[in-house]
Design a binder for this molecule. Structure first.
Ligand SMILES: NC(=O)c1ccc[n+]([C@@H]2O[C@H](COP(=O)([O-])OP(=O)(O)OC[C@H]3O[C@@H](n4cnc5c(N)ncnc54)[C@H](OP(=O)(O)O)[C@@H]3O)[C@@H](O)[C@H]2O)c1
Length: 237
């Protein structure tokens, strides 16, 4: 445990497993109080327990990014119980990979866009006002290298991440005058349950690697910020 983020509140979406769980543990180990958000309460409680066992502080908030009222409820909890939001990590995401676009149903398209792009927009809309009031804060959006490259049979996912990059760069400019730093992380294949692939799991990026990048971003000296990080496996998996 360190105290670099002591006194700060970090909200992490998709904290129930995978990359979000790793980011949450990392930020808690640096002294932040972490609000773990996702739909699966049992898994959130498991992550909370793991953080508490190592001396960290975490709370849980059930969140469905496809339900705007759930985001409003979370924002109210943050405002009334914590009265601050120093770090927002928009990590939750889904793929629905494996189908050519012409076979993807409009409802699957909406689910991908709703989770990966509208979700971060609504989270920022709900929580950035607290940061603006404090004239400080850091927003980190977890995108993907698929947000820079074509992804056959994953067009909706790729489009959502290209969109997330554009959103990130645009709001970074809007929020800069308020001393709020907005960054995006674009990892290649990470070793989580996100997608089934025959890639070598040991060679993949590990969730803790992404967590270390987030730790670096939120501890950057105040006079500068990192716009984007591309994170690649050293050896192709
Ligand atoms: N794994 C990779 O290879 C990879 C590579 C590049 C980028 N990424 C990105 O990294 C992020 C995390 O991926 P991961 O690999 O950790 O995936 P994961 O293991 O499948 O975890 C996804 C998380 O998102 C949450 N989530 C999904 N839909 C949600 C919703 N409607 N509302 C709230 N939470 C929701 C899930 O929790 P619940 O189901 O409990 O809600 C879960 O905690 C995603 O944005 C993904 O696009 C992943």
């Amino acid at each position: 445990m360190t105290e670099e983020l002591k006194g700060q509140l970090a909200v992490v979406t998709g904290a129930a497993r995978g990359i979000g769980a790793a980011i949450s543990k990392q930020l808690a180990s640096m002294g932040a109080t972490v609000l773990l958000a996702a739909r699966d309460k049992a898994r959130l409680q498991q992550v909370q327990q793991e953080i508490q066992t190592t001396g960290g502080t975490a709370h849980i908030a059930q969140l469905d990014l496809l339900d705007e009222s759930s985001i409003t409820t979370l924002a109210k909890t943050v405002e009334t119980q914590h009265r601050r939001c120093d770090i927002l990590v928009n990590n939750a995401g889904i793929g629905l990979l494996g189908k050519p676009l012409v076979e993807l149903s409009p409802s699957d398209w909406d689910t991908v866009m709703g989770t990966n792009l509208r979700g971060p927009y609504l989270m920022i809309r709900a929580l950035a006002p607290l940061m603006i009031a404090a004239q400080s804060g850091h927003i980190v959006n977890i995108s993907s290298l698929a947000g820079h490259n074509p992804l056959p049979n994953g067009a909706a996912y790729s489009a959502s991440k290209w969109g997330l990059n554009g959103l990130t760069y645009s709001i970074a400019e809007e929020l800069r005058p308020h001393n709020i730093r907005v960054s995006v992380v674009a990892p290649g294949s990470v070793n989580t349950g996100f997608s089934t692939s025959d890639k070598n799991a040991d060679k993949k990026i590990q969730p803790s690697d992404v967590a270390r990048v987030v730790a670096m971003l939120v501890t950057q000296a105040p006079q500068s910020f990192v716009s984007e990080v591309h994170l690649r496996p050293t050896q192709k998996p």
